[in-house]
Design a protein around this ligand. Structure first.
Ligand SMILES: [Zn+2]
Length: 133
């Protein structure tokens, strides 16, 4: 196992713990309610598909917004509640996450074969003008 797969495993565990904290306080909690179970499954899938792979930054700092807006809102609400409480409930995870957050965000991965816009052809504008006359 490389450091980076460990990082993503840590991040997955951290997300699970944060959703659990929130669900216990706001929903059925134990076991997780259906909505939070769905959100965790979604978060796991996004994490597994992360464009940065091994260089993944913490999600809060990621330049790629890979969550659907509705899921993103739900996760933000959970982070707002659980973020400050993690140090009490899961101090090791909280510290590890803070350390991970210190690392620089990698450059965004280039998209495959994005077509470059053709350079402006000065002659073309003149041609259009002459056609309009
Ligand atoms: Zn819940």
């Amino acid at each position: 196992m490389t450091d980076s797969t460990r990082n993503n495993d840590n991040e997955r565990a951290t997300v699970h713990a944060m959703v659990e904290l929130f669900c216990k306080a706001h929903h059925s909690g134990d076991p997780l309610c259906a909505a939070c179970t769905e959100l965790i499954a979604y978060a796991d899938a996004r994490l597994a598909a992360c464009a940065f792979g091994v260089e993944k930054p913490v999600c809060q700092k990621c330049p790629v917004h890979c969550y659907r807006p509705a899921m993103r809102e739900r996760m933000k609400e959970i982070m707002r509640y659980s973020g400050p409480r993690m140090i009490l409930h899961h101090p090791v995870m909280a510290v590890r996450h803070q350390l991970h957050a210190q690392r620089p965000v990698p450059e965004r991965k280039p998209r495959p074969a994005a077509p470059q816009p053709a350079p402006e052809n000065p002659a073309r504008g003149e041609n259009f003008q002459s056609l309009e006359k």
